[in-house]
Write a protein that binds this ligand. Structure first.
Ligand SMILES: Cc1cc2nc3c(=O)[nH]c(=O)nc-3n(C[C@H](O)[C@H](O)[C@H](O)COP(=O)(O)OP(=O)(O)OC[C@H]3O[C@@H](n4cnc5c(N)ncnc54)[C@H](O)[C@@H]3O)c2cc1C
Length: 406
């Protein structure tokens, strides 16, 4: 039997994890990974690029080498659209790639253009252009009011998921704490205020009461004020205006833009939901196209949109695809959970582990230098192993230890 043709689109957290899971298919499959970038970008490292002088090179590593070393083909091109009927991917140069199975790991589009005034007056850190740009702006900053927050995102309705106003407020927490630390270090904190807004009913909608009880005193101690229910309208020189017509003075406006689904999905008939995210069942199979899987921020199901969830989804998608192909193996159950570590400047960080959003009873934090060391360990492992995570044994052990300690 000729090998099955598997095409993976996207070489971020989800795409690389799926590649590493599927490469053991050996000569039963030919795998092609498509991405327009020459490097894979680890977004969780970007706050350190913006606030802690980390070189941007340490947030990315070359893709071609890791893909070919895995026995797969690398195509450095953008995908324009997908023809699910013909099982073809159309590249941005018009070339076609035929597939037997497609795994879409395209990420989400950070819609900076949706924020009026962002191009002139806004800063962010969601990619490797914005984070160094913010670092440069901070170097020149001499004090004044700073406004930080996430714009409101809107979701489709094809898959039932928690309806969060912002899909990932962890970076907002990192920004405010790391900014506070950096301004104190430079003797500018007295001359600066940090005002944080959230479009949600509560800040950090995706975690439960115990995490809130642990994190809120940390914010109060650093003099950081958070206002909820504020939906960003536009940015001006010197101010941020909300939909409720209130305006905050701002010398530096740092915004996480709304998330939208990929343009590829928008251009592909019958692929996306109303917001161009990809609707899947809990095995990550497209609800209408059986040969199409999806994982990571591109899916309707990933909520909140976290690297940890992207990896869980990639494991499920790869196992389900393997089962389609070989009849072998178990597909892991879909058990989403929030697991992230937010740096707070210097050697301090807060680890958050919670599944209350999904009806579970885990809701805990680990705070201090040990959490910082873990984040450093995860990020270094990911960077030096080119997209691998610490072995399951280590992460499962960590989860068990955290549960036992609480
Ligand atoms: C500042 C910041 C900090 C974060 N910190 C954390 C954290 O501490 N912990 C955590 O768990 N999560 C964190 N996240 C979230 C995490 O980064 C994302 O959830 C994760 O990157 C999603 O992985 P992904 O593979 O789905 O998408 P991505 O990592 O975005 O990868 C998508 C890939 O698809 C490629 N692609 C896009 N369009 C095309 C196309 N047309 N054709 C081919 N390829 C294409 C892209 O080039 C990219 O390589 C953070 C996010 C941000 C913005």
């Amino acid at each position: 039997m000729s090998p099955a043709r598997i095409v993976i689109v996207g070489g971020g957290f989800a795409g690389l994890r799926a590649l590493y899971r599927l490469r053991s298919l050996g000569d039963r499959a030919t795998i092609t990974l498509v991405d327009p970038r020459s490097t894979s970008l680890a977004r969780p490292s970007l706050p350190e690029v913006a606030f802690a002088a980390k070189p941007v090179e340490h947030s990315r590593f070359p893709l071609e080498h890791v893909v070919t070393r895995s026995g797969a083909h690398f195509v450095q091109r953008g995908v324009d659209h997908v023809r699910t009927g013909e099982r073809q991917v159309v590249l941005d140069n018009g070339e076609l790639l035929s597939y037997d199975f497609l795994l879409l790991a395209l990420g989400a589009r950070k819609a900076y253009d949706d924020v009026k005034g962002f191009d002139q007056y806004g800063y962010s850190l969601c990619d490797d252009e914005q984070a160094p740009r913010l670092a440069r702006a901070l170097e020149e900053f001499t004090g004044g009011p700073i406004v930080v927050g996430a714009a409101k995102s809107v979701w489709g309705t094809r898959v039932e998921v928690p309806n969060l106003a912002a899909p990932c407020e962890g970076p907002v927490a990192e920004i405010m704490f790391m900014l506070d630390y950096e301004l104190r270090r430079r003797g500018l904190r007295e001359r600066s205020s940090i005002r944080v807004f959230s479009p949600g009913r509560i800040f950090f909608e995706d975690v439960g009461p115990r995490v809130h009880a642990d994190v809120e005193p940390l914010m109060a101690r650093q003099g950081i004020e958070v206002t909820t229910g504020k939906v960003l309208d536009h940015l001006d020189a010197g101010s941020v205006t909300f939909e409720d017509a209130t305006t905050w003075e701002s010398a530096l406006s740092i915004v996480l833009p709304p998330y939208r689904g990929s343009d590829v999905v928008a251009r592909s008939p019958h692929l996306g939901d109303e917001r161009d995210f990809i609707p899947t069942d809990t095995t990550m199979r497209h609800v209408d196209a059986p040969a199409v899987y999806a994982a990571g921020d591109a899916t309707s199901l990933s909520m909140p949109k976290l690297g940890h969830i992207a990896v869980l989804q990639a494991d499920i998608a790869a196992a389900a695809l393997r089962q389609d192909l070989t009849g072998e193996g178990e597909v892991p159950p879909w058990r989403p959970e929030v697991f992230c570590i937010a740096n707070r400047g210097g050697d301090q960080a807060t680890l958050i582990y919670s599944n209350t959003l999904f009806g579970g009873d885990v809701d805990l934090t680990l705070d201090g230098a040990s959490a910082h060391l873990m984040k450093w360990g995860f990020d270094s492992y990911y960077f030096h192993s080119a997209g691998h995570l610490p072995p399951d044994l280590a992460t499962d052990g960590l989860e068990m230890a955290l549960r036992a300690a609480h």
